[in-house]
Design a protein around this ligand. Structure first.
Ligand code: AMP
Ligand code: MG
Length: 425
């Protein structure tokens, strides 16, 4: 059997540079180790928003169920219409949406029909009402009102045939899919169970909100950012609080997190100085690779497994947390949820509204505000100080300005790529 290489083997491959792993390489490595959840549950479509379909879904019915009219007008027999002259037909009834005409349309006859109304037997074509003159018990159809047989008529099964595949396994259920399921009369769907993600913050300086700060202490914000980002992806979360930089406390936290969750996410404790210690602890509990990714912010990032759980050790700086989550963790969580066709975060080409500074060597994710320029194109303005501890730069931003490794300083007016933060899920 050709087993996948262990994480450690993969990380020892030729192109692995532990001090400067390219962003794309790290993404690929993570992707190779993800095993999606397999447990399936059935939920009502009202509860299905954001979930992932766990099987192919066939339509139980034809959509539409009957031939019907695409317009308000008159259901007629095409052969009755005189070529190049007016035609007078006898009105024999009405067909409203939901209230069909009971009889047939015979030679020389027409039925008043409205959009969605079932085509009466005998009629094959709809004359739009603007091309016909309603004279009460008669209707006069203008010359050349209809180009061909079947015009303005929607056919049964034209949208979907009974038994045809509507959605494939791995499809994300968004409002459009949910509406479509309802249109097929489907009220329950199989979805993958929700991912359970446990997370905690590490650091002796951290205090939970609700407690006054002593000198040198800061509020733990990462747990709240992470909790909020996870909620958007539709994960079940277990908040394990703040864990002090104490060996026994950390070991205990890692063990209980891994035992109760599919994924464990931590912040802090992977930077120089703290990493060695956390690394030796995790080496005993699982298989963890520490990376210095060639990116800014977010250089130190740990990925691996603890027991059966996937593990992401994010840096401590609040901006780094968000950048690494969006660049690595988001896609991984979607894949673990069984999602297929995961699109990269949507990007825009925009022109810099101000010059920016960048040293070549790492991919940078600067925070920016994307807006319409006067000329109608898109312009992006960096949000001032780009320090990785400055969370307000994230709060002001609506996108990341993605600057490739080789890029250096850029002048105002340069074309850059911007990843939109809105609508990520
Ligand atoms: P570390 O990676 O643990 O060295 O942390 C890097 C920086 O991020 C330090 O200034 C920490 O105080 C800060 N930091 C770490 N964790 C958090 C957190 N949960 N909330 C806010 N800031 C944090
Ligand atoms: Mg720390």
């Amino acid at each position: 059997m050709n087993a996948a290489p262990t994480l450690r083997e993969a990380s020892c491959a030729d192109d692995y540079d532990p001090n400067s792993m390219p962003v794309e390489r790290a993404r690929t490595l993570i992707r190779d180790y993800l095993e999606p959840v397999t447990t399936i549950e059935r939920v009502h479509i009202r509860q299905a928003l954001g979930r992932t379909l766990a099987g192919d879904l066939a339509s139980p019915i034809d959509v539409p169920g009957h031939d019907n009219s695409a317009m308000d007008g008159w259901a007629v027999r095409f052969e009755d219409l005189a070529a190049g002259a007016e035609t007078t037909l006898k009105r024999v009834g009405e067909s409203f949406a939901g209230r069909p005409h009971a009889g047939r349309v015979g030679p020389g006859e027409a039925v008043r029909i409205f959009t969605g109304g079932v085509m009466p037997d005998g009629a094959d074509t709809v004359v739009m009402q603007e091309r016909a003159d309603d004279r009460g018990d008669r209707v006069v159809v203008a010359a050349g009102a209809v180009g061909k047989r079947g015009q303005n008529r929607r056919f049964a099964g034209e949208d979907l045939k009974a038994g045809g595949i509507v959605f494939r396994r791995g499809q994300a259920l968004r409002p459009a899919e949910i509406g479509m399921l309802a249109s097929l009369g489907i009220n329950e769907v199989p979805v993958y169970r929700k991912l359970v993600v446990a997370f905690f913050s590490t650091g002796d300086e951290l205090v939970s909100i609700g407690t006054p700060l002593a000198t040198g202490q800061i509020y733990d914000s990462n747990r709240y950012t992470i909790g909020a980002m996870l909620a958007r992806i539709g994960c079940e979360t277990i908040d394990l609080g703040v864990v002090a930089d104490v060996p026994e406390a950390l070991e205990q936290a890692f063990r209980s997190a891994a035992a109760s969750a599919d994924v464990v996410i931590t912040s802090g404790g992977v930077s120089v100085g703290e990493a060695d210690y956390v690394k030796s602890l995790l080496d005993r509990l699982g298989e963890v690779v520490f990376w210095k990714i060639a990116m800014k912010p977010g250089r130190p990032l740990a990925y691996g497994r603890i027991g059966d759980a996937h593990f992401f050790g994010l840096p401590g700086n609040p901006v780094s947390v968000m950048v690494t989550f969006y660049q690595f963790v988001r896609d991984a969580l979607l894949a673990l949820q069984g999602r297929t066709g995961i699109e990269p975060m949507p990007t825009f080409q925009a022109r810099l509204a101000a010059p920016l500074r960048k040293a070549p060597g790492r991919t940078e994710f600067q925070r920016g505000v994307l807006a319409r320029a006067n000329d109608g194109g898109w312009a992006v303005r960096p949000t001032g100080d780009q320090g990785s501890g400055i969370l307000s730069s994230m709060a002001q931003a609506n996108g990341f300005i993605v600057l490739p490794e080789q890029t250096g300083n850029l002048d105002a007016g340069s074309e850059v790529e911007v990843q939109l933060l809105e609508g990520l899920i």
